[in-house]
Design a binder for this molecule. Structure first.
Ligand code: COA
Length: 162
């Protein structure tokens, strides 16, 4: 919790993450257990930051980076990833503010829906999303890695005869 004796907290300001904040953002992702061994957070960040269809938003208290959210869209739906608030700054509305900023980013691009995935081991966070107006969908997410796809598996774009 913020230290009341330290005086009033500055307001959260939200804008695009700067390149020089990349390592701080990744440190926050590690701290908040948002990284996974099979995802390179540096590559994830660089693929998304400042692109036409995606970016990473930063929440700052004064000069300090205290929150992030990655937001993007596929032309149909908006997605968010890497929502995290520094541990000592949680429970003061910053998570809600970051999600609102992601929603505004998408709305400005005429994207009508936002959605996200929650890992089953992080099920406790669903209460947060419900508190800010999100609802569960009856959807099972399927995926396949493309970066480790092997030709021997029988799927190769160059071997196509069709
Ligand atoms: C999830 C997270 C971003 C929330 O940020 P936060 O700044 O603590 O949340 P806020 O203070 O904005 O909370 C907004 C509302 O959600 C509620 N809330 C927050 N966490 C909650 C939880 N785990 N369960 C139920 N409600 C919760 C708050 O009480 C508040 O409700 P209110 O406005 O009615 O009082 C933060 O806890 C975090 O960084 N967690 C670790 C990373 C993570 O799990 N990210 C999500 C990956 S899917």
């Amino acid at each position: 919790m913020p230290d009341a004796a330290a005086g009033p907290m500055p307001d959260l300001t939200i804008g695009e993450l700067r390149e020089d904040e990349a390592e701080l953002a990744i440190a926050l992702w590690h701290e908040q257990k948002l990284t996974r061994p099979w995802n390179d957070p540096h590559a994830d960040l660089q693929r998304a930051l400042g692109k036409p269809h995606s970016t990473v938003l930063a929440g700052r208290l004064g000069d300090r980076l205290v929150a992030t959210v990655m937001v993007g869209h596929d032309g149909h739906r908006g997605w968010v990833y890497y929502l995290g608030v520094a541990g000592d700054c949680q429970s003061t509305g910053h998570g809600r503010a970051m999600m609102l900023a992601a929603e505004r980013w998408l709305t400005a691009r005429q994207i009508p829906k936002i959605q996200l995935m929650v890992r089953t081991e992080n099920i406790g966070v669903i209460g947060f999303y419900e508190a800010i107006g999100y609802e569960r969908n009856e959807v099972v997410v399927l995926s396949r890695r493309l970066d480790t796809l092997t030709i021997a598996g029988g799927h190769s774009p160059s071997s196509s005869t069709g």
